[in-house]
Design a protein around this ligand. Structure first.
Ligand code: GRF
Length: 221
């Protein structure tokens, strides 16, 4: 990533040969995986999902992927001798599947710096708050507890920190007085499902520039 004062990184146009080969990593329900896979299938995102990977055997998202006839993989760190070994397996799997871009979709682990360095500016994540507010777990509950009037959704590039990489897209969602974590999550989720495919499309189209932490897109044609 380009640091302050460093030359900006300029992405090629398109970022990778299209349709891009996409991997989705998940740990649970998989509704964001579904929104990405459906947008790809409808031709709204120039990509196809070539691998779906879960770190949990019981993730409902896995059966949603199987129903779509997609290749699924389970890599549980505990079963593989810990995080580093699991990430080494994951990196090998992604390289063998010639994955261009990785989308985290409710993947409940922080990826280690070694793994992230193998896919520089090629891993995206969606987070249910307006980062840098409320990173980490239970972002919606954090927002309600803090009493903010506005929270939202962020799609960002993954770096070695927690929910800390350059921001691709954000959209605000109002927090109502009567909200609890569940009601706020229910209003945030449809925004996630709309924003992630849109942000991924612009990311894949390339031509953007990363200047410090600022990702600058070319004007939309
Ligand atoms: C979403 O709220 C996402 O923003 C967060 O984890 C949740 C995953 O939901 N990172 P799903 O598995 O995509 O339905």
């Amino acid at each position: 990533m380009s640091g302050p004062g460093a030359e900006p990184v300029v992405a090629p146009t398109p970022l990778v040969p299209l349709p891009a080969r996409l991997a989705v990593l998940l740990s649970g329900r998989g509704s964001n995986f579904e929104s990405l896979a459906d947008a790809c299938a409808r031709g709204e995102v120039p990509a196809r999902v070539v691998a779906v990977v879960s770190d949990r055997r019981d993730a409902p998202g896995l059966s949603r992927a199987e129903e779509r006839g997609l290749a699924t993989h389970v890599l549980v760190p505990k079963e593989l001798g810990g995080r580093e070994a699991q990430e080494a397996r994951l990196a090998r799997l992604l390289e063998e599947a010639r994955v261009d871009v990785v989308c985290l979709a409710g993947y409940m682990r922080i990826l280690g710096p070694g793994f992230v360095a193998r896919f520089p500016l090629r891993i995206l994540n969606i987070h249910p708050s307006l980062l840098p507010s409320f990173p980490g777990k239970e972002a919606q509950a954090q927002a309600v507890t803090h009493g903010v009037r506005v929270s939202g959704v962020t799609v960002h590039v993954v770096d070695a920190g927690m929910d800390s990489g350059p921001i691709l897209a954000q959209e605000a969602v109002t927090v109502a007085d009567g909200d609890d974590a569940a009601s706020l999550s229910a209003r945030i989720l449809p925004v996630e499902h709309r924003l992630y495919p849109q942000a991924l499309r612009r990311f894949l189209e390339g031509g953007w520039r990363l200047s410090g932490r600022r990702l600058v897109f070319p004007p939309e044609s």
